[in-house]
Design a binder for this molecule. Structure first.
Ligand code: HEC
Length: 103
């Protein structure tokens, strides 16, 4: 039993080591970025303030992969300004991970 538990702990450590640098967005940072740059239009908890803005509280527009959302946020879309140069891709991915828990 002890051997198996140790083996499992080792496996978990390796998985973390492999997954962290690639994935693992920082949702706490995402929340900060959201409050600073997105809340004015998309509203607290994703209930939009601006009529044309999608409601993340209802999961609107979130059925797209992260990289598609990243490119819309970078480039901007209609009434939404682009955030390229203002936010890094890392920060945008952090905020996307936060959008996904607003539902
Ligand atoms: C000036 C108001 C405004 C701000 C600030 C703003 N948005 Fe938007 N956002 C919009 C509007 C309006 C749309 C709908 C655009 C359209 O498709 O017509 C939108 C659309 C989106 C979409 C859907 C894009 C798609 O591909 O369908 C995402 C995701 C999004 N915003 C995320 C964000 C994030 C993250 C931030 C902060 C970094 C942000 N927005 C800041 C107004 C804003």
């Amino acid at each position: 039993m002890r051997g198996r538990a140790r083996w499992r702990a080792g496996l978990v450590a390796v998985l973390f080591w492999v997954a962290l640098p690639a994935g693992a967005a920082d949702m706490v940072n995402g929340q900060k970025v959201y409050a600073q740059h997105c809340r004015v239009c998309h509203g607290d908890r994703g209930v939009p303030v601006m009529p044309q803005a999608p409601a993340f509280s209802r999961g609107e527009r979130l059925m797209q992969p992260d990289l598609m959302l990243l490119s819309s946020i970078r480039a901007g879309r209609n009434a939404m300004p682009g955030f390229m140069g203002l936010l890094s891709d890392r920060e945008i991915l952090d905020v996307i991970s936060f959008l996904r828990v607003l539902q």
